[in-house]
Design a protein around this ligand. Structure first.
Ligand SMILES: C[S@@+](CC[C@H](N)C(=O)[O-])C[C@H]1O[C@@H](n2cnc3c(N)ncnc32)[C@H](O)[C@@H]1O
Length: 164
């Protein structure tokens, strides 16, 4: 009698733990991409990174108004999908690999939709590597030691803009 509710509870708990720790592919919706684009406020001369670029939907949107847009994604299938989406666009690329191995010192704008654990790890890397004025847009999770300058809410999701 209690088996189904117990299984449902355990499944939800598992999803919660995996999402917090691992950053599985959970793509941004169209309205989230709109909010990210608004917060990025690109002028056509910026170098942009999407850390964990998934199927490239955020990357391709931001590339329209950026000098250069690079996605870093460790899943080869998602990278293949992103490359199809990128098509012939010259200023966009995706690199297969771990976001923590990429040097971010030339970044003007960084977008990251990861997990709580990876967002905290990223905060330390950004403080160490990024120059003053770099904009960071975080989807879902927040930095511990920095205050967001702006925040947008899309349904239950919060998207925050930080500046180094
Ligand atoms: C929540 S999805 C976001 C996808 C995309 N940025 C979007 O907004 O639609 C997180 C992505 O980060 C990728 N990812 C997680 N950890 C990573 C790591 N250490 N290095 C590279 N990619 C990673 C996952 O494979 C997944 O595609």
């Amino acid at each position: 009698m209690y088996l189904i509710p117990a299984l449902m509870f355990l499944s939800l708990l598992l999803i919660y733990i995996i999402k917090n720790r691992l950053a599985i592919f959970w793509p941004s919706t169209g309205r989230m991409v709109d909010a990210i684009e608004e917060l990025a406020d690109l002028k056509g001369r910026e170098t942009v990174y999407d850390l964990g670029s998934g199927d490239g939907r955020v990357l391709v949107r931001l590339a329209k108004n950026a000098k250069k847009a690079t996605g870093i994604e460790h899943n080869p299938i998602l990278n293949a999908i992103a490359r199809k989406r990128i098509g012939g666009l010259k200023n966009v690329s995706v690199t297969q690999g771990d976001i923590f191995e990429k040097d971010l010192k030339d970044a003007d704008v960084i977008v990251a939709y990861l997990s709580r654990f990876l967002t905290h790890k990223l905060e330390k890397k950004i403080i160490k590597e990024c120059r003053n004025g770099t904009k960071i847009i975080l989807v879902g999770y927040r930095f511990n030691g920095m205050k967001p300058l702006k925040e947008r809410r899309v349904f239950l999701m919060r998207i925050r803009l930080y500046k180094v």
